[in-house]
Design a protein around this ligand. Structure first.
Ligand code: FE
Ligand code: FE
Length: 255
């Protein structure tokens, strides 16, 4: 499994370039601006299946593990969850977890959509991928943003914390109210490796976050280790996933 998330010698040079831009530009101001821009969810109404079609041709530049399309990744993740006999909400969560990447089709560059996420407005953990690239981030020159707690209070809860902007936070808001809290936490924090893998930032979490992170951790292997270069058989799987999506998302969503 150590062959996944190899950033030392990424197969594609686009990976490090993406993080260079991401770590330079994800500031507290940037995140607040994107939330303002997107979280009113008044861009368009579309069903989950329409979102899938927008993702058809997208290859994630931050991902050192796969060059398959996002549709293949959605199916591989969900199929692995289904094979482990998890409940239907978990399978549908796996299926849609990356659909926030439709931000790319709204003109957002990949560095503002994909990649690992991290809190802004407080010190950047050394366990975030390519930590040295934060030297270019203007927030490192704002002392208030570089203390352990930054602008936050101890135990304030992650809901109060501004995460670097991307597909996770965005889809959480789009899918809100349609999935159990566990599924929403999986969506919102699946790229927050510094927390769910390294155990950092616990001082920003409350008890509920710590509970929900059990689910975030349970989700991660299906996201990561289901990646294989054999594309899944979309035609054979499509009827099952159309029905599943219909069950949880019968109406178009606001994006
Ligand atoms: Fe993702
Ligand atoms: Fe994913």
């Amino acid at each position: 499994m150590s062959e996944f998330r190899n950033y030392e010698d990424p197969a594609r040079p686009s990976v490090k370039e993406l993080y260079r831009l991401n770590h330079r530009h994800q500031t507290l101001d940037f995140v607040r601006g994107k939330k303002q821009e997107y979280l009113s969810l008044d861009r368009k109404e579309m069903g989950v299946w329409e979102a899938l079609e927008l993702l058809e041709s997208l290859v994630d530049d931050s991902d050192p593990d796969t060059e398959l399309s996002q549709v293949a990744h959605a199916l591989q993740t969900a199929e692995a969850i289904r094979a482990a006999a998890h409940p239907r909400w978990f399978i549908v969560t796996g299926f849609i977890h990356d659909f926030g990447k439709v931000l790319c089709s709204f003109g957002e560059p990949q560095w503002a959509v994909v990649g690992d996420t991290f809190p802004v407005g407080c010190a950047f953990s050394r366990n975030i991928v390519y930590p040295e690239l934060f030297a270019e981030n203007p927030d490192t020159r704002v002392p208030e943003y570089q203390s352990r707690l930054g602008i936050y209070e101890e135990g304030c809860g992650l809901d109060q914390v501004h995460m670097s902007w991307g597909h996770d936070e965005y889809l959480y808001h789009v899918a809100r109210d349609r999935l159990p809290d566990e599924g929403l936490a999986m969506i919102r924090y699946h790229s927050f490796y510094a927390a769910h893998r390294e155990g950092d930032y616990r001082y920003l979490m409350n008890d509920r976050d710590r509970e929900l992170f059990e689910s975030v951790r349970a989700f991660n292997p299906y996201d990561l280790y289901s990646k294989s270069s054999n594309p899944p058989d979309r035609t054979a799987l499509e009827p099952y996933y159309r029905e599943l999506v219909e069950e949880f998302f019968p109406e178009p969503l606001r994006w």
